[in-house]
Ligand binder design. Structure first.
Ligand SMILES: Cc1cc2nc3c(=O)[nH]c(=O)nc-3n(C[C@H](O)[C@H](O)[C@H](O)COP(=O)(O)OP(=O)(O)OC[C@H]3O[C@@H](n4cnc5c(N)ncnc54)[C@H](O)[C@@H]3O)c2cc1C
Length: 415
């Protein structure tokens, strides 16, 4: 089924006039505001609040903007936006879109009331911007989401949920106004026994643990989130108790018929969000490729531009070919997700796998083409290469994407 509120659209490889306008506007923001701030916030390793505020002022940091792209029936809205912002800088762009990733969890699973109550608090307003965090990963539950330990127990007398556990690697964890936390409500059901909860601002018992010092995307805050007897009202369970009870009953029934099917179905739900990460990777790869192309045309050795050597020119040809191929896979998967096409070959995972590996490779090639300069912080490609390494890790590592693709193609439980 297409996303609610969208019409079916034919797959197209061309942006329409309105999308081109949005793309140019985003590109202008990325070039004029994000790119010039990139090196500074990478060194500071802090959330770039002033840049987020700028984005809020012009309307890029807002639910309206995000929802408009998310519900674009062509499916190209989100990948186009991600590519442009991450072309500017990956760390800053993640600080800008991180809230949107948490908000989508609420948009997709929340009731009308939950959407109306919590999403505005995730963003704040242009004069007082806020961010949100999505907390699923745990120290012992990264790829293996089913081994999650954070527990949510229902206290019927008070109509409250009591949540205990430790989350890790949470983007905006601890600095978020609103946290969305995934917790186990029925341990027997693996990942089907999970539910998502809103943790409202200022809730007692939620604290930030360690803040990580990272290899790349250093302008994006990543931290542990500790939940110590956190109590939230029943209304904070995303989707509501009735829907959860129905879902658990269905999952118990299915589990009786065959546990593996339950596990695989849970993995498939990520297919729809993975193209967005692929698009981020395309943005970083394209940025590095452009720097390398410019450099190769102007840097002279042996009395001619270095691009005059096939060894350099062919690398650039391969870089551009891979980037375009990655974008096509991302656009296809994103169109499929929006238009409710079944991912019969795990096309979402395919797009994320290919685009993220492309970004890692292309940014490394860009360093090589810039030679010594590429290896210094005087030029942006070394930062882009550090940033690119995240794409093969978060939202499922490359190995997990391959596992999902192989399982989908074969219908077998490949380990
Ligand atoms: C900067 C950053 C931001 C993040 N943001 C968030 C966030 O906002 N919210 C959130 O919930 N999480 C977030 N994450 C967590 C991220 O999704 C996990 O790091 C990722 O899922 C991998 O889990 P792991 O790190 O525990 O690696 P592990 O699962 O321990 O994997 C270690 C290695 O083993 C491989 N491996 C594991 N299982 C298999 C298998 N079955 N077959 C083959 N290979 C396998 C992996 O591919 C990897 O190479 C973030 C992580 C980082 C680094």
């Amino acid at each position: 089924m297409p996303l609610e509120g969208t019409d079916m659209a034919e797959f197209t490889m061309e942006l329409n006039d309105e999308q081109k306008e949005v793309r140019d506007w985003l590109h202008g923001f990325a070039a004029d505001v994000i790119r010039p701030a990139a090196a500074e916030w990478d060194e500071r390793e802090e959330t770039p609040w002033p840049v987020i505020q700028e984005a809020a002022k012009v309307g890029i940091y807002s639910l309206d903007f995000y929802a408009q792209q998310y519900f674009d029936p062509t499916g190209l809205g989100i990948p186009m936006a991600m590519e442009e912002l991450f072309w500017g800088d990956a760390g800053i762009a993640l600080s800008i879109v991180g809230t949107g990733l948490a908000a989508v969890g609420v948009l997709a699973n929340g009731t009308e009331e939950q959407i109306g109550t919590w999403i505005p608090q995730m963003y704040g307003d242009a004069n007082d911007v806020k961010v949100a965090a999505f907390c699923s990963s745990e120290p012992d539950a990264g790829s293996d989401v089913a081994s999650m330990r954070t527990r949510a127990v229902y206290d019927e007398a008070k109509d409250e949920w009591v949540i205990n556990g430790t989350k890790t690697w949470a983007t905006n964890g601890g600095i978020a106004n609103v946290h969305v936390v995934v917790a186990v409500v029925d341990a027997e059901l693996g990942s089907k026994g999970h539910a998502s909860f809103i943790i409202p601002p200022g809730t007692e018992g939620l604290s930030q643990g360690q803040k990580f010092k990272k290899h790349g995307i250093r302008a994006s805050h990543t931290a542990e989130v500790v939940l110590d007897n956190v109590r939230v009202p029943g209304s904070c369970l995303l989707g509501g108790k009735e829907k959860l009870d129905e879902r658990l009953a269905r999952a118990r029934e299915k589990a009786k018929q065959g546990g593996e099917r339950v596990k695989n179905a849970a993995m498939a739900t990520f297919e729809a969000s993975r193209p967005a990460v692929g698009a981020m990777a395309v943005g970083t790869a394209r940025a590095a490729y452009e720097v390398a192309l410019d450099y190769a045309k102007t840097r002279e050795q042996f009395g001619r531009p270095v691009i005059d050597n096939q060894g350099v020119a062919f690398q650039l040809a391969d870089m551009r070919t891979s980037i375009d191929a990655a974008r096509l896979l991302v656009w296809r998967a994103s169109w499929m997700a929006v238009n409710g096409k079944p991912f019969t070959a795990a096309e979402g995972s395919m797009s994320k796998l290919f685009a993220s590996e492309t970004a890692k490779k292309v940014t490394a090639q860009a360093i090589q083409i810039l030679g010594g300069n590429g290896y210094t912080r005087e030029y942006p490609v070394e930062r882009m290469h550090r940033d690119a390494a995240i794409y093969t890790i978060f939202e499922g590592t490359s190995e997990i994407q391959r596992l999902v693709i192989a399982r989908t193609l074969s219908g077998m439980t490949i380990r």
